[in-house]
Design a protein around this ligand. Structure first.
Ligand SMILES: [Zn+2]
Length: 598
């Protein structure tokens, strides 16, 4: 049985190799590796290395090495199929037999991975060789340490046309595969030539450890400055994130990732100690990249260059980040670089602490988008009421409904207007929105309360009073029980106000209380609309109490009538049966009749 390639990939992705091997071999961290005593040969000093970010292990004593599957085979003495089945079981990966088409595609992909691996090794050797002097000098100017060069597998593509081609041929890589990998170009005279020449080479690794693409940086001012792998069978532009194979380890601490535009910016951040930086790899930020981030991070910082192109890119990225990340509960913040700076220049000039300060000051994505608009509003010639109205429109367009109040507070503070002016501005905006004074629009006229049973006439009255003065809700709840409410939304609003009465100080608190309850919010805004109209209904506490007292009386009257009918039926039944009417019953009935007459 052959397994679909995706099964193997999923096993790699879901089985951290250091953790898995760590169950058999005690491992210690040494640099980027984990080391321990080899389980496959007897030794007293550790020569068994595990590379967590590349997904393989290697013993320098006995030569054993491979991926997590080969480790499982060897240590558990299993054949390939059984090892895959076991690891798939542990990792929760579904198994499907592979079809012949998938097998062909898999073998091509494997050949491309192999070509990339050979190329990466060749480039790395070339960087340290004679021809690599200029590239080494470039790394030095960039401030890349030997450890950084090693971690990122940086290399050098020699000048000339055939150095890599010959190296691939020597390693037995079919040049047609080299072409499929984007490493070689077909020559018009037949044969192939090297695509990357005289460039610093930066490989991109899949999170499972394979080299999937390269970026080539010109060492001087040649154009193009960057030459990148186009889409190949193992690499789709816009799907992968550079350095995620390294950064995903750092996310285990705090589930935070920093996204920058360029891979050299990203490397500079890693070297400055921000090992959770990734780069979006030569494209604008995509949905797929955001979805990839979502797997590893709860907090995402987007860091774009401090120029107009960078700002434009940030705005685009925010839309994607909001859709894919924020809607999935992740936090997205925008790092503001000063004009003319990129992450590399900034971190080199200001160090780890300087860049950390930028992270600490990063704005929530909404704020980043709102701020320029607020500045424009504040700097214009609008009247305060027009400013309030436009600001409210911005908030409603640009922020999620449950956060409107939070952003009203922010925007009002920046524009020096009243929060309530924002909240209410739209009701006065034009005639169409103006709501008639209380009374002329009946309860049933409210399209907002479509759900649930038709409310009693008092339900709205009670709510509009307690919305203005929540303390009264607690005071009257014994006499006006929530169970009296026929409309469930009204009842829910009333109940919550009763519960929270002690903590509600102003009407704005109510909006926060009902942040998650869209129907409740509709009721509130509907009530608020009437309460803010020119004829304010309730002048003061006395007037509010008087209204509630009238409701209490009316409810009492309803109760009395119901009870009167019950008692009448009971007395009639007793008479008909020739039985005496108990005194208690007669006493209650008489008292009831007395009250009802009044
Ligand atoms: Zn060994």
């Amino acid at each position: 049985m052959r397994f679909d390639e995706s099964v193997i990939r999923e096993i790699h992705a879901r089985t951290p190799i250091a953790e898995y091997i760590g169950q058999y071999v005690p491992l210690r961290k040494r640099g980027n590796d984990m080391v321990g005593l080899c389980p496959f040969h007897g030794e007293k000093t550790p020569s068994f290395h595990v590379h967590p970010d590349r997904g393989f292990y290697k013993c320098f004593g006995c030569g054993e090495g491979g991926d997590v599957i080969s480790f499982a085979r060897k240590i558990e003495n299993l054949d390939f199929n059984d090892a895959v089945r076991m690891l798939a079981g542990k990792a929760g990966v579904e198994l499907q037999p592979e079809n012949p088409g998938a097998a062909r595609a898999r073998s091509e992909k494997e050949a491309i991975y192999e070509a990339n691996r050979v190329a990466a090794e060749f480039f790395a050797r070339a960087l340290h060789g004679e021809a690599g002097a200029a590239a080494r000098a470039y790394c030095e100017r960039r401030g890349f340490s030997a450890a950084t060069i090693e971690t990122f597998g940086l290399g050098f593509a020699p000048p000339g046309w055939d150095a890599l081609r010959d190296a691939l041929a020597q390693a037995g890589v079919d040049p047609a595969i080299g072409e499929r990998a984007g490493l070689l170009k077909p020559s018009q005279r037949g044969g192939w030539y090297d695509f990357y020449r005289d460039r610093l080479m930066v490989p991109t690794y899949a999170t499972t450890g394979e080299v999937i693409a390269f970026g080539g940086r010109a060492l001087a001012d040649e154009e193009p400055k960057y030459l990148n792998t186009a889409t190949t069978p193992v690499y789709t532009k816009g799907r992968h994130l550079f350095a995620l194979n390294v950064a995903k380890r750092a996310t285990q601490k705090d589930r935070t990732l920093i996204v920058v535009e360029g891979y050299l910016d990203c490397i500079a951040l890693h070297q400055a100690g921000f090992e959770n930086a990734v780069a979006a790899l030569g494209t604008s930020f995509t949905d797929e990249q955001a979805a990839e981030l979502r797997k590893y991070a709860d907090n995402v910082y987007l860091c774009y260059d401090g120029d107009s192109a960078g700002t434009a890119a940030a705005f685009k990225a925010i839309d994607i980040a909001t859709k894919v990340l924020e809607h999935a509960g992740r936090s997205v913040r925008i790092v503001g670089l000063p004009k003319g700076e990129d992450p590399d220049s900034y971190v080199r000039a200001h160090g780890h602490a300087g860049f950390q300060r930028l992270l600490d000051e990063a704005k929530p994505s909404i704020e980043f988008k709102l701020d320029p608009q607020i500045d424009r509003l504040g700097g214009g010639f609008d009247s305060p009421s027009a400013i309030a109205r436009k600001a409210e429109e911005l908030i409603r367009q640009m922020t999620p409904r449950e956060e409107w109040d939070r952003w009203r507070v922010y925007v009002a503070g920046r524009l020096k207007v009243n929060v309530d002016d924002l909240r209410n501005s739209r009701f006065f905006a034009n005639g169409a929105n103006f709501v008639p004074a209380y009374g002329s629009a009946g309860v049933s006229g409210s399209r907002h309360v479509a759900a649930g049973a038709q409310p009693h006439s008092f339900e709205r009255e009670v709510l509009s009073v307690v919305v203005e003065d929540p303390a009264l809700a607690a005071e009257y709840v014994d006499r006006i029980a929530p169970g009296r409410f026929r409309n469930e939304v009204y009842r829910r609003v009333y109940e919550r106000i009763v519960e929270q009465a002690g903590r509600l100080r102003e009407t704005g608190d109510l909006y926060v209380l009902f942040a998650e309850d869209a129907a409740g919010l509709d009721v509130l805004s509907d009530l608020g609309r009437r309460d803010r109209s020119k004829t304010r209904q309730y002048g003061g506490a006395d007037e509010r109490r008087a209204l509630l007292d009238r409701v209490v009386e009316r409810l009492q009257l309803d109760d009395d009538k119901t009870r009167y009918q019950e008692l009448s039926r009971e007395i009639d039944r007793l008479y008909a049966a020739g039985q005496p009417v108990p005194d208690a019953l007669r006493g209650e009935f008489d008292a009831l009749v007395g009250r009802l007459k009044r």
